[in-house]
Design a binder for this molecule. Structure first.
Ligand code: SF4
Length: 391
């Protein structure tokens, strides 16, 4: 089966009238205890509500139309035993080009088993699994408050890697949350990931959201810039990898531009480009709340109260009242998932995007298959939920 085309979404470049990127928080449960997780720390009053069931998810998905991208989030998504069935619902009804599954990697066997079910059931989507890695060895365990987390994350990553010979639509990645406690260890983390024997991309997500301990957000913007420069250099030198699906070179260019814009946004402390949250992007929680994005605490309403019809919910007065100020530039943030749409669907940024695309020179997805440096392969020197995705 051919992977669903992204070109069907080109009209959204001009008309941003319906969501094409959905982040679905499938569970609030997690087996790690990261003190800097915004989701587990959020005070959402609906958090104790009943989980959306499969029939309810089917109805919601049916109201959404074609999607470009579905990112699952939590909590730990692989704790939800029906994750493959949920993925299949979106695959069949919304035909997303990409489905993203971030994981802390603490459940190697369950993650591989569920990923294989998803791959078998969803051949029309690129399935991206991103394992979180925020430090090396004990640093990672400590950050995640989970002894043995580092070794388990690597075991999960390598076991997933073995699936790739059988499933060409599987893409792997590592995501690192950039926070005060690891900002001085970025070089070693980046080099370690670049040297892994299993090919995959490496992304860095800036810490975000309301945290129980705000100190984790005391980051040095200059250090963020140095870390993202290193990622870019590794990519251009052929040390780091890009995805292998069609269009991945454009995605790599968008990643580079995105990190530049995030750096500039942090320095300027204001929004620098339009945000399409609520128009092109939506967030659905495990109890049915719809948010324009992960950062604003505002719920546009619960789909259960709108007959599971997202379109109808978006036409409500409440939704209009919340979405108006967003379009007017009332807020700003650094959330990578929103930057994806804010870049790819903003023609005003195409010259900058094209420049980064050309700057990738001879970087080719195939070249990424070769393990680069030997640093940090099996003999390592000794994972967000801050993030849907790892994105
Ligand atoms: S700028 Fe950030 S906080 Fe504001 S709506 Fe967009 S994603 Fe949400």
């Amino acid at each position: 089966m051919k992977v669903h085309s992204a070109l069907r979404h080109m009209p959204s470049i001009l008309r941003k009238r319906r969501p094409i990127q959905l982040t679905f928080f499938v569970t609030r449960k997690c087996n790690a205890r990261c003190p800097w997780c915004f989701y587990l720390n959020s005070r959402d009053p609906s958090a104790d509500g009943e989980l959306l069931s499969l029939p309810e998810i089917r109805e919601i998905s049916g109201s959404l139309g074609r999607l470009l991208w579905v990112a699952f989030s939590g909590g730990e998504v692989f704790l939800r035993g029906d994750l493959a069935e949920i993925g299949a619902i979106f695959h069949d009804r919304n035909r997303p080009r990409i489905m993203l599954f971030p994981t802390n990697g603490l459940l190697p066997e369950a993650t591989v088993e569920q990923t294989e079910r998803i791959l078998r059931r969803c051949p029309g989507s690129v399935i991206v699994v991103k394992v979180s890695l925020d430090g090396l060895n004990g640093d990672h365990d400590e950050l995640r408050r989970s002894p043995g987390a580092f070794e388990k994350a690597l075991e999960t990553y390598r076991s997933l890697g073995r699936l790739r010979s059988r499933y060409t639509n599987l893409e792997l990645g590592i995501n690192t949350v950039f926070l005060s406690e690891n900002q001085d260890r970025m070089d070693e983390i980046i080099d370690f990931v670049a040297g892994l024997d299993i090919r995959g991309t490496h992304t860095i997500s800036m810490i975000r959201g309301n945290l129980a301990e705000e100190r984790y957000k005391s980051v040095d913007v200059g250090k963020y810039r140095r870390a993202t420069d290193r990622l870019e250099r590794n990519l251009k030198d052929g040390v780091a990898s890009i995805h292998s699906f069609a269009g991945s070179r454009l995605k790599a260019a968008q990643d580079i531009l995105q990190r530049q814009l995030i750096h500039q946004t942090l320095l300027a402390d204001r929004r620098l480009v339009p945000c399409y949250a609520g128009n092109l992007n939506l967030v659905l929680t495990e109890t049915g709340e719809i948010h324009p994005c992960e950062v604003l605490g505002s719920s546009l309403g619960n789909v259960r109260a709108h007959g599971y019809d997202v379109g109808r919910l978006l036409k409500s007065d409440r939704a209009r009242d919340i979405l108006g100020p967003i379009a007017d530039g009332a807020c700003h943030c650094t959330h990578e998932c929103n930057f994806i749409m804010n870049i790819l669907f903003n023609p005003g940024l195409y010259p900058a995007l094209f420049k980064e695309y050309l700057g990738l020179g001879r970087v080719r997805p195939d070249a990424a298959a070769a393990p680069a440096a030997s640093a940090g392969t099996a003999s390592c020197p000794s994972t967000a939920k801050t993030d849907s995705a790892g994105r």
